[in-house]
Write a new protein. Structure first.
Length: 136
């Protein structure tokens, strides 16, 4: 996935169309958005996952070996007699492979949405002049 003038944030894992690996298919759904640069010149990316029904202590966000891991583990609420059950309450694990230099800034749970902000220092454009020698 290439964002913002060709700069890489999330490296591709397993194919051209996705920057995430998951055994759960599309659960939980997520958005990825590029935020305006902050006052310190840092570029910021936000990944927002829809985790309705999960409490803060049922979610875990970590970085392991260059990958952002988000896990959700629902506590067993005991047996219930549902007439209809349409709200997902299953465990999940979603993994994003982070590009070099990208760090997790913070994570916040609000109204069933888990927002994780990633930051990367703005890279200054470097120009290296290479001298040309004459042969002979």
């Amino acid at each position: 996935m290439t964002l913002h003038d060709g700069n890489l944030w999330l490296s591709l894992s397993g194919g051209r169309a996705t920057a995430t690996k998951t055994a759960e298919g599309g659960y939980p759904p997520y958005n990825i958005e590029l935020l305006p640069e902050d006052d310190g010149g840092l570029e910021v990316l936000r990944i927002t996952l829809a985790v309705a029904g999960f409490a803060r202590d049922e979610l875990d966000v970590s970085v392991e070996d260059g990958e952002l891991l988000i896990r959700g583990v629902k506590r067993d609420e005991g047996a219930k007699d549902y007439l209809h059950r349409g709200i997902a309450a299953r465990h999940f694990k979603r993994t994003f492979a982070l590009a070099s230099g990208v760090e997790v800034r913070n994570a916040e749970l609000h109204n069933g949405l888990l927002a994780i902000e990633l930051e990367r220092p703005h890279r200054e454009k470097r120009v290296l002049k290479v001298g040309i020698k004459t042969a002979g």
